[in-house]
Design a protein around this ligand. Structure first.
Ligand code: GLA
Ligand code: ZN
Length: 690
């Protein structure tokens, strides 16, 4: 489905979760909210996310009057509504009357009522009650001019990280799913390698969900369960989408949670009109902000990549969260920078959780735009207002643009699930961490990166970086081969091409041996036993993780191990194949290795940062553009961001215009700590040409 937009009024969406249902007995608060929202340049709120209890106070009895009044009052004040379906949390009458809507955990124990994000996606009652309510909501509000889109449920599956339900309905559905996938038990047994420990299944009914009380060591079974849990939740979400679409043509989204392991968001995005997500970076937690910033950039980039389109930042905190052990305030400036970073990476909104702090329960101290006291006279309110003003100033240059990287990284959920269950050389191996290690140097170089899964289109890019592609999904090998043959540059690492998509190891040669020009043999993790390093272009780089032992088989050796019995083995190889080339990085090395290696490759291909600038550590760039005219010309806007805790001087090598002030900038410019400058135009500076 094509990307659609919610910002039909042309601006950058600014606002957030609004929970007036907690204040229905205080009409003066709701009136005050309107005044304050106007003041803070809020133009949109997300409504009704946890309002099931107020929308359907008794089974089958709907009360939408209060919501209608609020949507209308907001609209009269030019504030639009993204309306939620309220399945994020269930009302008491539902959970006490129909126990089956409550999940059963992996020990077979059914939850008590309460909390949220924890319905059983297979329960017929849950599906029916949801369908009825969603249909009525869509009928009532689907054409309201103040409503601009649907927010399906909330952070689906986000029940403390475990999204699975092990009830009888889910077990049945799992078996049906397996029958569809395998057709016969023989096929299932062969794929799951069940002769191991004599666990061959002889009846479909013997198959249960993985559990610490029973079977959780059959890798194929674990993997299929993860696939099933994901697809069952998605199926529930699709039912919700279907219900609202019956009466409404508004675009649909659901708020995602960055690299959330249980849900394959590439699949989910196909069902949505717009991708949105909730971003809560752990600012001010390390020696500097760079790791956090790179991680946030990676997550934003993932969200943009899911539909190759701009997305919505659906939640963020304007000040502080309350769910980490220690919750620090965002330092002055960080709110602006962190929000503009989202826009820089492709967001068309900055939304908060939440507008006003509640007085009770577990989120009463979570940051919000409006605090328990002091109204608009707070640092947070002022910072939010200032950001709102800035978003208004840059909107016309930003809306309609998107980041268009030439580099992609392969990130694949099924690979993630299989790899971290591999029981192999390094059981601490964390896919996301290693992936981020490979992303961060590109982010530091000011180069935008897309993410694709193994089903994605590699041919849209010039360079594809594929760290730890442990599993090769069906068709992937052929795709990589074609990509390189046609001139692509493919960069991969050790611990790739180990298993097929049934999680069965390949036998014989590495499936991409011809493309990579190497023969792979053993793999080591010299953790604590001995230090090792690789020498590349005369410099030594420390090894920080896996070491693949490979032999060149046609490939050129660009770096070698320096110690231990594999001293002299290739650590980095390059092979030409068709009109392209393939690099194999045999070991996981310290960051500076990748930065140097990437710089070499990108410089060779003219793929560096699009803004002509000499960056310093901690200052980076994202580029959004849109086509103008017919000659492939684009109009570009750059976000130059300083994540350092101090001011920093960078040098612009061409002349640019500050979008907000109209000022021309060139040469050395000082960026304040946590400052983000939005730039456009690039007339060549005379002094630079000399
Ligand atoms: C999530 C939820 C919100 C709220 C915030 C708090 O993102 O979607 O309802 O609980 O966390 O950070
Ligand atoms: Zn269930």
């Amino acid at each position: 489905m094509k990307h659609r937009t919610m910002n039909n009024y042309g601006g950058i969406i600014h606002g957030g979760d609004y929970n007036p249902d907690q204040w229905l007995d205080r009409p003066e608060i709701l009136e005050e909210d309107l005044l304050l929202m106007k003041k803070a340049k809020v133009n949109c709120v997300s409504l009704g996310i946890f309002a099931w209890g107020h929308l359907e106070p008794e089974e089958g009895k709907y009360d939408f009057g209060w919501l209608e009044k609020i949507i209308q009052r907001l609209y009269e004040n030019d504030i639009y509504t993204i309306l939620a379906t309220p399945t994020g949390a269930m009302p008491q009458w539902l959970t006490s009357k129909y126990e089956e809507v409550l999940q059963v955990n992996e020990y077979g124990v059914r939850n008590y009522p309460g909390k949220r994000h924890n319905y059983c996606p297979s329960s017929p009652v849950m599906r029916e009650k949801t369908r009825q309510l969603d249909t009525c909501l869509a009928e009532k509000f689907g054409a309201h001019p103040g409503v601009i889109g649907w927010h399906i449920s909330n952070e689906i599956g986000g029940n403390g990280g475990d999204s699975s339900c092990h009830c009888a309905y889910c077990q049945d559905a799992f078996r049906t799913w397996l029958k569809d996938r395998y057709g016969s038990l023989d096929q299932l047994n062969a794929t799951w390698w069940t002769s191991f420990w004599s666990h061959t299944y002889t009846d479909w009914d013997q198959i249960k969900s993985p559990s610490p009380r029973g079977e959780d060591l059959v890798h194929g079974q674990n993997l299929d369960w993860k696939r099933f849990v994901d697809s069952q939740l998605l199926d529930f979400c699709k039912e919700e989408i279907k219900a609202v679409r019956r009466h409404s043509s508004l675009p649909v989204t659901t708020n995602m949670m960055e690299f959330f392991k249980s849900l394959n968001y590439f699949k989910w995005a196909k069902e949505l009109d717009i991708v949105s997500w909730d971003s809560y970076p752990d600012w001010h937690s390390g020696a500097d902000e760079l790791q956090t910033a790179a991680q946030a950039a990676a997550a934003h980039s993932l969200m943009r990549s899911l539909k190759k389109s701009s997305f919505l930042l659906m939640e963020s905190t304007p000040s502080v969260v309350n769910w980490r052990q220690v919750n620090r305030l965002k330092r002055p400036g960080m709110h602006e920078l962190s929000s503009l970073q989202a826009v820089a990476c492709g967001s068309d909104s900055v939304q908060y959780f939440q507008w006003r702090k509640g007085r009770g329960s577990s989120e009463k101290y979570h940051g919000a735009v409006v605090d328990h006291r002091n109204g608009d006279d707070t640092r947070v309110f002022r910072e939010v207002t200032k950001l709102g003003e800035r978003l208004e100033k840059i909107a016309s240059k930003v809306i309609g643009t998107c980041n268009r990287p030439r580099i992609a990284m392969v990130f694949d959920w099924e690979n993630w699930w299989a790899m971290e269950d591999a029981k192999a050389v390094d059981n601490n191996l964390n896919y996301q961490t290693v992936f981020l290690d490979f992303f961060r140097p590109l982010w530091e170089l000011g180069v935008d990166v897309d993410m694709v899964d193994m089903e994605g289109e590699l041919e849209l890019y010039s360079v594809v970086v594929a760290p730890l592609n442990y599993m090769y999904k069906k068709g992937y090998v052929e795709k990589v081969r074609a990509f390189v043959k046609q001139g692509g540059c493919y960069i991969t690492t050790c611990w790739s091409g180990e298993v097929d998509d049934s999680d069965l190891t390949y036998t014989g040669a590495h499936p991409l041996e011809d493309v990579l020009g190497i023969r792979t043999e053993e793999i080591d993790v010299p953790d604590g036993y001995c230090e090792n390093s690789v020498r590349y272009q005369g410099a030594d780089y420390r090894i920080t993780g896996l070491c693949g032992l490979v032999h060149a088989k046609g490939a050129e050796v660009l770096a070698e191990y320096q110690q231990d019995f594999y001293r002299g083995y290739p650590a980095l190889t390059r092979n030409t194949y068709g009109s392209g080339e393939a690099y194999y990085i045999a070991s996981l090395n310290e960051q500076s290795f990748l930065k140097d290696f990437y710089s070499e490759i990108l410089n060779g291909k003219g793929l560096g940062c699009g803004l002509q600038v000499r960056l310093t550590q901690g200052v980076t760039v994202n580029e959004r553009s849109k086509p103008v005219g017919e000659n492939g010309e684009t109009e570009k806007v750059w976000f130059l961001q300083n994540f350092n805790r101090e001011a920093e001087v960078v040098e612009l090598l061409e002349r640019y215009e500050n979008v907000e002030t109209g000022e021309t900038l060139s040469g050395k410019i000082e960026l304040q700590s946590f400052e983000c400058v939005v730039l456009t135009g690039n007339k060549r500076e005379d002094y630079f040409e000399k």
